[in-house]
Design a protein around this ligand. Structure first.
Ligand SMILES: Nc1ncnc2c1ncn2[C@@H]1O[C@H](COP(=O)(O)OP(=O)(O)OP(=O)(O)O)[C@@H](O)[C@H]1O
Length: 652
């Protein structure tokens, strides 16, 4: 489509009629046209009030093109990407129109991918495993396994990862592949399915110039039928030549938006030509970087501050044919009201749950901090418990000893399940990234995490449990031991589930550990051991905390298991009396004897299901609440302080 535009007079340019080529703008085969108009983003803080990050940006991205967003550090590149990808944090508010194919619609599940600046990968997997698992998770069930493997191998090769395929990714738990290779793995797992819309936040950071070129070339090659938007810091001339369009930002304002090849001419016509032998992108960034307060030479004698130069460039852009072309293109795309985005076909829920279970199981087996370290510490503690309470006997004193030993197991051993929290938080980060990119849903993750943890939790509860149980000489019999170990196992799973809920609410793992520990401390205080049930203050501690705390049922289950059927050899006036365990439970520990230990175990299992469902609910609520909060916080541009509005908007 060709449109003739009458452009306004531009500094250093005479008025002219410009013929701008408008691309074919009817989206086909799930293609995506993305437009944003008068986009404002503000961050609000109590200390600094409202601060505009993006100031009235307008632009578009089309299928078959690679749009590069460039600008000095802090100019708003990531914010722009986050905003148009619908991922803006709730601490910011936005206004303006973002349309997909001319419609106000959300990106359908799995149609877009976002490679974030931070590489969030599973540190324990090798590159090959990470990409294979990702292919199995994302590609549809109808595709043969060999084809999935072929696509994964080809993509890894394209990303230059063939030599690192067998190396572990590594991370906080140990060194693995380099930062640049991680970047490439992150890109690799997102382009496996060829999403129709791809956002890349600084895909070349950490890469050397050759790797940057090859990675960007691979990305540019994916453009056919796809819309790709990448923020980039400092592209070499070769990388720059791969861009179709360029969006140049400075302090949240557009300095230039248009064909990448025409940017040089724009700078020259605005009075700031690129010196010969200088990389054009270096020149652009140097000219518009106001962070260092450098004056820019303008002729042999005149100097201008960077801020002045930026304002000149912005005015120049506003008066240029490029600006007109952007407005016309956006209007034209919006008029079309094209395709409604459809979900991409992907692996079934069962396949995703199974693949995730396998992946999580492998991760848990390789991450020492997840279970192995805990198993070792538990064994040491169990030996400690067993030797301190060794062969506890049946005397009067053994009542207190048995009670203390069981309380320690039900409270402190389970409390230490918190130790696996950092590993879980790392896994949760990977889940969040993959979930946002539509690799799978929250349900598969919760199921997979539960199933993969089962064997390890059985190990860490049964082995140390057996050591402590038999060394102490608690009630003999298989049934008694199984009940004791099952209560311990369920409590450990409950603590893990509690920590999962905490992780879904609290932003970082240090705060998570403190919060989780605090909640458990309150529950164990009201569990009925440190203060007997009838002595607990009625308000709050007894009703409701005592009944909500899983410790009540854990103590009851373990105590009933131990004391029921037990005969204690008590001494009364020099004579030996046999005291029944039931009496001790009723009178010494004030236990509710209206139901059996198995009911306590069943209540604990019910709580476990409830906790896992709550975790699922919190994860899902988070997904729904974020956009709602953003919509609630969205402001109209008029609410933004007028001093923040850019020159061009004020002038209009
Ligand atoms: N939630 C927020 N609250 C307050 N300020 C914010 C928030 N998000 C971004 N900013 C500020 O907005 C500006 C732009 O941030 P952004 O991350 O988009 O920049 P960038 O161009 O991507 O930078 P870099 O290239 O260094 O990654 C920065 O000054 C940043 O401090």
């Amino acid at each position: 489509m060709m449109t003739e535009l009458n452009t306004a007079t531009m500094p250093n340019q005479g008025p002219k009629n410009v013929v701008v080529e408008l691309a074919e703008i009817v989206p086909q085969n799930g293609e995506v046209f993305l437009t944003w108009e008068d986009l404002w983003v503000t961050a609000s803080s109590l200390k600094n009030g409202n601060k505009a990050i993006l100031k009235g940006l307008t632009g578009y991205a089309r299928p078959g093109e690679l749009l590069a967003i460039m600008g000095p550090s802090g100019c708003g590149k990531s914010t722009l990407l986050d905003t148009i990808a619908g991922r803006l944090g709730s601490s910011t508010s936005q206004s303006g129109d973002i349309l997909i194919n001319g419609r106000q619609q959300t990106l359908a599940y799995g149609t877009s991918a976002y490679v974030t600046q931070e590489d969030t990968l599973m540190a324990t997997l090798t590159v090959k495993e990470a990409v294979y698992y990702s292919a199995e998770l994302q590609l549809p069930n109808s595709m043969p396994k060999s084809e999935k493997k072929r696509i994964a191998d080809m993509t890894m090769k394209e990303m230059g990862l063939q030599d690192a395929m067998e190396t572990r990714i590594g991370g906080w738990s140990g060194k693995g592949i380099s930062g640049g290779q991680k970047r490439r793995v992150s890109i690799c797992v997102e382009i496996l399915t060829g999403p129709k819309l791809l956002f890349l936040d600084e895909p070349t950071s950490g890469l050397d110039s050759a790797a940057s070129y090859y990675v960007m070339k691979t990305i540019a090659r994916q453009c056919q039928g796809r819309t790709i938007i990448a923020s980039i810091h400092q592209p070499s001339a070769e990388v720059f030549s791969l861009f179709h369009s360029l969006c140049l930002l400075s302090s949240g304002r557009t300095v230039y938006f248009g064909p990448a090849t025409a940017a040089n001419e724009f700078f020259a016509l605005s009075g700031y030509p690129c010196p010969s032998l200088q990389n054009p992108s270096d020149h652009f960034l140097k000219t518009i970087n106001s962070d260092f307060d450098q004056d820019i030479e303008e002729g042999p004698t005149r100097m201008k501050s960077t801020e002045e130069v930026i304002n000149i460039l912005i005015k120049s852009y506003k008066a240029s044919d490029k600006y007109e072309a952007v407005q016309s293109q956006v209007a034209e795309i919006c008029k079309q009201e094209g395709e409604v985005m459809k979900k991409r076909s992907h692996a079934s829920f069962t396949t995703q749950s199974l693949v995730l279970t396998r992946r999580s199981f492998v991760n848990m087996s390789r991450d020492l901090g997840y279970y192995w370290l805990r198993l070792a510490v538990y064994i040491v503690i169990a030996v400690g418990l067993g030797t301190i309470y060794y062969d506890v006997g049946f005397s009067n004193d053994s009542i207190q000893a048995r009670g203390s030993m069981l309380m320690f197991v039900a409270t402190f051993i389970t409390f230490m399940a918190i130790g696996g929290f950092p590993s879980f938080v790392e896994e949760l980060k990977v889940f969040r990234r993959e979930k946002l990119n539509g690799h799978y849903g929250s349900g598969s993750f919760v199921i997979a995490n539960t199933l993969s943890a089962l064997p390890y939790l059985l190990l860490v509860s049964f082995i140390p449990g057996a050591i402590a149980y038999f060394l102490t000489g608690l009630q003999g019999g298989f049934e008694h031991f199984i009940c004791f170990a099952l209560v311990l196992f369920t409590c450990m799973m409950l603590v893990e589930s509690l920590m999962m809920i905490v992780a879904s609410i609290v932003p970082n793992f240090l705060m998570g550990i403190i919060t989780g520990a605090g909640i458990q401390a309150l529950m164990c205080l009201s569990g009925g051991f440190f203060r007997l049930p009838n002595d607990l203050p009625k308000l709050f501690w007894k009703y409701p905390v005592h009944y909500i705390a899983f410790h009540k049922y854990a103590y009851e289950g373990m105590f009933k298991n131990e004391f029921e059927g037990l005969k204690i050899h008590g001494e009364h006036k020099g004579k030996i009396d046999l005291i029944s365990g039931e009496n001790i439970l009723r009178n010494t520990w004030q236990m509710d004897m209206n139901y059996s230990k198995w009911v306590d175990l069943a209540i604990l299992l019910g709580m476990l299901v409830l906790y896992r469902l709550l975790f699922l609910l919190f994860v899902k609520a988070g997904e729904k609440l974020k956009p709602a909060m953003r919509a609630f916080m969205s402001t109209s541009p008029k609410q933004i302080n007028s001093s923040e509005r850019p020159l061009d908007v004020l002038a209009a």
